[in-house]
Design a protein around this ligand. Structure first.
Ligand code: SF4
Length: 452
């Protein structure tokens, strides 16, 4: 006789902003019609790509660093429960409080309760994929709490009532003229003569944010890394806005995905080389902030860490797919992807766009919630050219993961190769023009119909 221990039979799937409203092909078709977006994204990805190639090419041990990063991540996932327990004990030992969130709803409820307890109705945000994933800003707004994004690109997205379209550069689809227009329309007291010089735009954002930094009581961040042995948390960024958020307010709340753990402080050495070179094409991050619990009279006096599952243990349970949890969100795979370069990030529907998003979104949130689940189309949003694998600093074999997800999709949807072929044949034969085109194509390429 079995005893019910109250454990769920399957790990919880992720919820929040991990699924679009329409399948990738339909969304991509709309985005492809936006020539301004294609121009903006193409120019930006080319620039970051060239910078990354220059700074990764100058390191003689770049390949060894990538292998070291992959090995550390493999080790973390192999003993994640043990490391999480270690981390859970180290954080309170230094004055922090740990909260566990199974999914987006739990994480949002915890953060909202913590902010309410401070009596504040405004919070500062450090750019964070985890909080975008759970839809935290929207949830806080529904509780009367206004979240102010402090990363410049994230602020542009927020003021423009827009959605991020890139992991690292959320406003990559906007050009300078569009940003100027957004600032003039939404920033109170902005100079009406503001032009689109990047320095002037940055100065306008700085003035807008400075006042909010001075009065904020609460800040919310994500985390690039958590160190199990010491309970340290770390955020890397380029603008100094993160440093302001992490040091000035009285209360700091950090939402961290379970997979962001590293075993020891020494492991940071590898990732603090891999991440900046792969993401912004810089040799090191301009700002690397680390904090361990709280320190009397210095920085936030209250620190809460929300450890977020939201589908991560479901991904971990997949022996093949778990490799995607190695991801350090550098965005190098987006910048080299020929599909992303043409469609931009919105077509993927989820917080996570590009090649890694096409893997992570179905893994975290599933792809079989119904016959038309938009996530089911994502594993096919790739030419499998392999550029993402070559660029990935932790050697995630994204093309193989996409093929595995296609396999799982076909298996779980009950779609056999034969029925897919019959469906395609039926579509061709039911239309005279399509049938003629197929005949012409077969004449041009006889091997295509011979199954070679
Ligand atoms: S999959 Fe690799 S290249 Fe893509 S964002 Fe993650 S770490 Fe970077």
């Amino acid at each position: 006789m079995s005893t019910f221990l109250g454990m769920p039979s399957a790990p919880p799937r992720g919820t929040g902003n991990l699924r679009g409203t329409e399948p990738f092909p339909a969304a991509a078709r709309d985005e492809l019609g936006n020539t301004q977006l294609r121009r903006n994204v193409g120019k930006a990805t080319r620039t970051i790509r060239d910078k990354r190639l220059a700074v990764t090419g100058e390191l003689p041990d770049w390949e060894q660093l990538r292998s070291a990063g992959a090995a550390i991540k493999r080790d973390v996932l192999a003993r994640l429960p043990e490391l999480l327990e270690q981390f859970e004990q180290a954080v309170p030992a230094r004055g922090g409080t740990v909260h566990w969130a199974r999914d987006a709803a739990e994480a949002n409820a915890i953060v909202t309760r913590l902010v309410r307890a401070t009596g504040s109705d405004e919070v500062l945000k450090v750019k964070s994929m985890a909080t975008q994933e759970i839809g935290l800003n929207e949830h806080l707004a529904s509780s009367g709490i206004h979240a102010v994004e402090t990363d410049l690109a994230e602020l542009i997205v927020q003021l423009g009532d827009d959605r991020p379209s890139h992991i690292l550069v959320p406003a990559i689809h906007r050009n300078r003229a569009e940003i100027r227009e957004i600032f003039l329309r939404t920033m109170p007291d902005v100079d009406p003569e503001l032009d689109d010089d990047p320095r002037h735009l940055a100065e306008a954002a700085r003035r807008f944010l400075r006042e909010r930094f001075m009065r904020a009581e609460v800040a919310i961040s994500g985390a690039n890394f958590g160190i199990a042995e010491t309970g340290t948390t770390s955020v890397v960024e380029s603008e100094g806005n993160g440093r302001m958020c992490l040091t000035m307010p009285r209360t700091l709340i950090t939402v961290m995905g379970l997979e962001k753990l590293l075993p020891s402080f020494a492991d940071l050495e590898v990732f603090l080389q891999l991440l900046p070179r792969s993401s912004t094409g810089e040799r090191m991050n301009p700002y690397t902030s680390m904090w361990t619990g709280v320190t009397d009279g210095d920085g936030p006096q209250e620190f809460h860490l929300v450890l977020l599952d939201n589908g991560r243990t479901a991904a971990l349970a997949d022996q093949v797919g778990r490799e995607a949890l190695h991801c350090i969100r550098c965005s190098a795979c987006l910048n080299v992807c020929p599909v992303y370069e043409r469609t931009g990030g919105h077509a993927y529907g989820s917080t996570y766009p590009g090649p890694i998003g096409a893997v992570l979104s179905p893994q975290l949130a599933g792809m079989h919630t119904g016959p038309d689940d938009p996530n089911a189309a994502l594993p096919y949003a790739s030419s499998l050219c392999g550029a993402c694998f070559d660029a990935c600093p932790v050697k995630i074999d994204i093309p193989s993961l996409l093929v595995e997800l296609r396999h799982q999709h076909v298996e779980q949807a009950g779609v056999s190769a034969e029925s897919a072929a019959m469906k395609a044949a039926s579509a061709v034969m039911s239309s005279a023009p399509r049938f003629s085109t197929a005949q012409r194509a077969a004449a041009l390429n006889p091997s295509a119909s011979a199954g070679t």
